[in-house]
Design a protein around this ligand. Structure first.
Ligand SMILES: [Cu+2]
Length: 189
């Protein structure tokens, strides 16, 4: 005859087994929990830093070549070949801008306009976009230091100009809609 202790232990085991079976049965019988909105109930993650905006042009820096000329191109993808031009302060800037694209000038013309330090290229671009009669060089261009011609595919223009001193001078393409992607800076140091 089993001792009272053993009987108790046995009863406890049976009870536990029953409980476990019940638990499992319960789970199986229940419908899958209605798609737990895990994503929604997750505590809000700390605001991720906003992704950096795409650079306006190829993130490339150019300097004058051995002959002292800065070369820049514009493409059918509405990009300059560089977004930063570095020159020595006090030196005349010689810049050759070429439209390296193939699309017609009326659809994808490019120029390069240099503005005084502190000017807003977006505001200037908006103003210039309305000046179709003058190839998008506005009559009121007090901010402008120099500009190339408006260039069609394969065309180029070389300009020479002086910068008033050390500083950062914005440049842009004034063909309508291009300034958003076609702008950069000339850094004189
Ligand atoms: Cu352009």
């Amino acid at each position: 005859m089993p001792s009272r202790d053993a009987t108790n232990r046995l009863s406890a085991l049976v009870f536990l087994s029953a409980l476990l079976a019940l638990g499992c049965g319960d789970k199986a019988a229940q419908p899958a929990p209605a798609a737990a909105p895990a994503a929604e109930t997750k505590p809000a993650e700390p605001a991720a830093p906003a992704p950096a905006p795409a650079p306006p042009a190829a993130d490339v820096t150019v300097q004058p070549d051995a002959a002292g000329v800065v070369h820049l191109t514009g493409s059918d993808q509405m990009r300059y070949s560089a977004s930063r031009i570095e020159v020595k302060v006090g030196q005349k800037v010689k810049l050759e801008m070429k439209n390296a694209g193939a699309l017609p000038k009326e659809a994808m013309g490019h120029d390069l306009v240099v503005l005084k330090a502190g000017s807003d290229p977006m505001a200037f671009g908006a103003k210039a976009a309305t000046a179709k009669a003058t190839d998008y060089i506005p009559a009121d261009a007090a901010e402008m230091i120099a500009h190339t011609k408006l260039l069609g595919p394969g065309e180029s223009d070389t300009i020479e100009f002086d910068l008033p001193g050390a500083g950062t001078y914005p440049f842009l393409c004034t063909f309508p809609g291009h300034v958003a992607l076609m702008k950069g800076v000339i850094v004189a140091q």
